[in-house]
Write a protein that binds this ligand. Sequence first.
Ligand code: IMP
Ligand code: MG
Length: 182
Amino acid sequence: MSSSNAMLKPFLSNEKIQETVKKLAVRIKADYRPLTDSGGELIVVVTLKGALFFAADLMREIDMPLLVDFVRVASYGAGTKSSGNVVMTKDLENPVRDNHILILDEIVDSGHTVKFLLEKFKQSDAASVKVCSLLNKPSRREADVHVDYVGLDVEDKFLVGYGLDFNEKYRNLPAVYTLEEK
Ligand code: IMP
Ligand code: MG
């Protein structure tokens, strides 16, 4: 599909996204406050580039001390389908050991990306490792991963906007759309 024969159809409004983000923040604050009071920093790990927009909105709802860090991972497979070959091109700047790691992704699809990150941080002796994703496509799962905080389960459709891209485009749209052929 090229951009010229692609059609955007509204899927999630920005209002719905913000409502979902606020609900996630309430749960995260309740769970992490006791943990960080008793030692260890909360490190929010933003998976670039897609989770950037979600992370900026979510973190501003979490009014407690936290550190922000970034990873960049790519997984190569045939076409739009991801594979288990996950490669990390940018690692954290903060130490993982004895800290509480919360991985933020904008969507969990096959689960390979999140599985790779979970294993990596567990091996680095984090005090805890959890995953929060705005969107989740359970029907596409290949890797056995548990997503601790899911904003919304969605059907198997290709989505763009609010960080989600098609060939690097559409990330800056404030809402989420399905991308369909005209
Ligand atoms: P996974 O390793 O298959 O779970 O891949 C997750 C990553 O694939 C997400 O963080 C997105 O960057 C990308 N992805 C999955 N589904 C979509 C989609 O519908 N639109 C755009 N990107 C997607
Ligand atoms: Mg992503």
